[in-house]
Design a binder for this molecule. Structure first.
Ligand SMILES: [Zn+2]
Length: 161
């Protein structure tokens, strides 16, 4: 699986610290690498890995280089924000059924009072479409991960992070 990008904040500040999760697998060096500014250093506290400071200007706050495989990244999205926002966990509530999980998350955001998360809903809807319609599995997975990453950043924006 190729590296995918995630962006956990909409913060414009340069990162001042980085968290690197070394992989136990032979086919990759890292599971993920996460950058945060001083103000968002709490982000790093909720992820596991080795921490170090970086020179300002290397990268922006909130960037994640994600090297884990498809199923692992989906679980991470579920744990880190989708379940908190929509009360739907991929494993606990949907037994790993990705399309069912994404559809339920979208349905939760369609009800009245969730208008602040319209951007998240739209991006999750794109993920549903990619997972349900695309016939090439690799293309579908890449499209789902990209849509989830956009939804994740939109969720951070709605939260003011
Ligand atoms: Zn920041």
């Amino acid at each position: 699986m190729a590296m995918t990008l995630r962006q956990l904040t909409t913060c414009p500040d340069p990162a001042t610290r980085v968290l690197e999760r070394r992989s136990r697998r032979r086919d990759r060096v890292h599971d993920y690498v996460l950058y945060a500014c001083h103000r968002h250093r709490w982000l790093i506290d909720s992820w596991e890995g080795g921490r170090r400071t970086v020179e300002e200007g290397e990268l922006r706050c909130g960037v994640v280089f994600e090297y884990r495989d498809y199923a692992e990244v989906l679980r991470s999205h579920s744990r880190e924000w989708v379940c908190r926002l929509t009360f739907n966990d991929l494993e606990d509530d949907h037994r790993g059924d990705v399309v069912g999980w994404l559809r339920a998350a979208v349905a939760e955001l369609c009800v009245a009072g969730r208008e602040a998360h319209e951007g998240v809903r739209v991006a999750l809807g794109h993920a549903v479409l990619a997972a349900a319609v695309e016939r090439d599995a690799k293309v579908a997975q890449a499209a789902v991960l990209t849509a989830l990453a956009v939804a994740e950043t939109a969720e951070a924006a709605a939260r003011g992070a």
